[in-house]
Write a protein that binds this ligand. Structure first.
Ligand SMILES: [Zn+2]
Length: 326
């Protein structure tokens, strides 16, 4: 099925170059692809969003594997590594939840953090940086993410800007764990990275997965749906059946963690989205008509995680990408 999906992507790509004259597959590949892929290891590894240790309604800490876990409260999921030799954190949410996180992080014992890594510049992943500033030896982000974060502050650059920026990849060893941040090209923004905890075999995807939710595709910040789709396929192909993934967001009822099937489900959604947008362009439908669409065929379970993140907006953004608008 992977071959089918790759061929589909090439068709879409060719269609763009040829003015969308090539016939695109009629059916959106969504559910048929998904249902034909075997579940790996039986039950899904997704955690219930309210699982873990409840801390007075102010957020949840859950241990995933080894020394690696997640914190969910408000905004993008935080990932953490705490071992005897040090601490690494991925993403920072907002100042209030960052404060709670830093106070309650299991095993921290008042130690300074070795590093905070931002998966991208959006405020629900970086607004807490200023709270981390005095508690960590460094803040790391992709070069483009740092630029976008700085630009988001207008005349007053955010106080929590990364002090280390990288291009391809950045890594740190903390005790027995190797933490690797990789930029794989434009996707959700122009400056995303994914963060792998190699020993634990856990990968924080940032916002490259909105689990069963309509994703935010930030074209103003250099997003690319085609690039995003190909990155998801690459990451899934490099993973194994035991790899655990952390997702930035999930619709209610679905977990912010999962396995490579969930990563491929996001890829399938983008295949369908580009297919629908391509068909709409060939049929002469307007962008406004696409904005009014309420669901993507083949993906009836998807929901918005925020009111503005509708099926129609995702489809209209795919339309913009295929027509080169904006
Ligand atoms: Zn984001």
């Amino acid at each position: 099925m992977t071959i089918h999906r790759r061929r589909f992507v090439k068709l879409v790509s060719s269609g763009v170059l040829a003015g969308l004259t090539l016939p695109l597959p009629a059916a959106s590949s969504g559910d048929s692809l998904r249902s034909s892929l075997p579940r790996i290891g039986g039950e899904s590894t997704a955690l219930r969003s309210r699982g873990g240790i409840l801390l007075g309604g102010r957020g949840d800490f859950s241990r995933l594997r080894g020394d690696v876990g997640i914190y969910t409260a408000r905004g993008g999921t935080i990932g953490w590594l705490v071992n005897e030799e040090g601490i690494a954190v991925v993403d920072a949410q907002f100042p209030d939840t960052a404060t709670t996180f830093l106070a309650e992080l299991p095993g921290r014992a008042n130690r300074a953090l070795d590093v905070l890594i931002n998966t991208h510049h959006h405020a629900d992943h970086t607004a807490g940086n200023e709270v981390f500033r005095g508690e960590t030896r460094g803040i790391v982000a992709h070069r483009r993410a740092r630029e976008l974060h700085e630009a988001s502050g207008g005349d007053r650059p955010p106080r929590g800007l990364a002090d280390t920026a990288f291009d391809g990849q950045w890594r740190i060893r903390i005790g027995g764990e190797q933490v690797v941040a990789r930029h794989l090209g434009p996707a959700h923004t122009g400056g995303d990275c994914i963060v792998r905890f190699e020993q634990a075999n856990v990968i924080h995807m940032g916002d490259l997965v909105f689990n069963r939710a309509y994703p935010f595709i930030d074209r103003d910040s250099g997003a690319s749906i085609l690039g995003w789709l190909e990155i998801l396929e690459t990451v899934a192909s490099e993973a194994d059946a035991d790899t655990l993934f952390i997702f930035g967001h999930a619709r209610e009822g679905y977990g912010v963690t999962g396995d490579r099937d969930d990563v491929l489900a996001q890829a399938d959604f983008f295949s369908a989205l580009l297919g629908e947008a391509g068909r709409a362009i060939r049929e002469g439908r307007s962008r406004d008509q696409l904005m009014a669409v309420e669901s993507i065929p083949g993906f009836p379970d998807h929901r918005p995680v925020a009111q503005r993140l509708s099926a129609g907006l995702a489809l209209a953004t795919a339309y913009d990408e295929l027509t080169g608008a904006g």
